[in-house]
Design a protein around this ligand. Structure first.
Ligand code: SF4
Ligand code: SF4
Length: 390
């Protein structure tokens, strides 16, 4: 009789909506929860990165905790190579791999619009199709507008091939959509991980960790693991080349936009102009960074990370490389008959990059930055467990 009453109470609570809804964990999230429970007893890796101090503030790992920890992990591999419980041990602890599997789930789960989250699952194909579509669009436009792909415009003026307003009309909506999509996705993630209030100190701390890629130093400054258990700073350095190269290219485009709209100074700009100097420095930096990251990715230890995500990683690196290489080639092909063709390749690559920004590897930088901010906030709060701290 008592059991029946209890069941009736639960049924009423469910029907009224007052029953607490506990998010169901995916298989990968359950695996991270299992491994974090083992790590929480061991704590050998506490000094390696922010994941372990954040873990010690928890005794249980709900969905939001696991998503947060997964995005806090930089996949440096240090805890895999240091772990006495890593495979072939029966505990099979492989934190970087488990975190990587959950990370890509978070990108898909928080994607906006939700239906496009599926693009993460076949990201290599998505990137390829976007690139083909981008190239086809500009090749057809060039052929239609100029009657030929081999067009050497006077003074290297791109706008004589594609008018300025046409380029703005094509790129602005795609870029703004990418910004909107990433912003809404990371906002939902942020709401779920219940971050608390971001003080200036916390934001400064997080920005410092992001800009220095602090947690690719292995916790001891000698670097992370890549092919084996020896440390290397190469991954951190090539990440820096890539990140700052991307930012310099973005700065070049932004300055050129200001020149155009504020001062009426139209492209093409001279070799010593600010947009050109920023673009050249950014392009060269991107080339160095992407080649380095690609080589490191090829030699990555098979137990590190998630093999299923390699097409996404390599596809994104390759697209960045193509964007940089075609941009620099474009500059060198001024006044030659291949200018039109080079311009089509560059614009097609940039279009594919912008279109896939919210549904590919680029998202890791945004979500990881949010997780680092959460950690910067959290570690400034009292630890209710009093078991460990940063
Ligand atoms: S990864 Fe292994 S060594 Fe490190 S804390 Fe977890 S169980 Fe311990
Ligand atoms: S792989 Fe590196 S960043 Fe990730 S949890 Fe292990 S030590 Fe931390």
């Amino acid at each position: 009789m008592q059991q029946l009453e209890a069941l009736t109470r639960e049924a009423r609570a469910l029907a009224s909506g007052s029953y607490p809804v506990i998010p169901i964990l995916s298989v990968n999230e359950t695996e991270v929860g299992r491994q974090m429970t083992i790590c929480n007893s061991c704590r050998y890796c506490e000094g390696f990165c922010a994941v372990f101090p954040a873990m010690t503030r928890r005794l249980e790992f709900g969905k939001a905790d696991i998503n947060y920890l997964a995005n806090l992990c930089h996949n440096c591999g240090a805890c895999l190579h240091a772990c006495q419980y890593a495979p072939p041990h029966e505990f099979a602890v492989n934190v970087p791999q488990a975190m990587a599997k959950v990370r890509v789930e978070t990108y898909a789960d928080y994607a906006w619009p939700a239906a496009l989250g599926a693009l993460y699952k076949r990201n290599g194909l998505t990137l390829s199709l976007a690139l083909v579509a981008g190239l086809a669009l500009f090749l057809m436009l060039a052929a239609g507008l100029q009657g030929s792909l081999f067009h050497a415009s006077a003074g290297g003026n791109f706008y004589s091939i594609f008018p300025h307003n046409l380029m703005v009309g094509l790129f602005a909506p795609i870029f703004l959509f990418a910004v909107l999509s990433l912003s809404l996705g990371v906002r939902r993630f942020w709401m779920d991980v219940s971050p608390g209030t971001a003080t200036a100190a916390a934001m400064g701390d997080a920005a410092d960790k992001v800009l220095r890629l602090k947690f690719l130093d292995g916790g001891h400054g000698e670097g992370c693991n890549n092919a084996n258990d020896s440390f290397t700073l190469a991954r951190r350095r090539y990440h820096h080349f890539t990140f700052y190269g991307f930012m310099l290219c973005f700065a070049a485009t932004s300055v050129a936009t200001l020149y155009h709209y504020l001062f009426g100074w139209e492209a093409p700009y001279g070799l010593t102009s600010l947009p050109k100097l920023l673009g050249i420095a950014g392009g060269v930096s991107l080339l160095i960074g992407t080649v380095g990251l690609f080589v490191l990715n090829l030699s990555r230890h098979p137990l590190q990370g998630d093999a299923a995500q390699k097409p996404m990683d390599r596809g994104f690196i390759s697209l960045l490389f193509l964007t940089a290489a075609s941009g620099l080639t474009l500059m060198l092909s001024r006044g030659t008959p291949i200018l039109g063709l080079t311009l089509c390749v560059h614009l097609g690559a940039v279009m594919a990059l912008f279109a896939t920004l919210p549904y590919g590897k680029f998202a890791h930088g945004i979500f990881r930055s949010a997780a680092l901010l959460k950690w910067a906030i959290e570690k400034r709060q009292p630890n209710s467990l009093q078991l460990g701290d940063d």
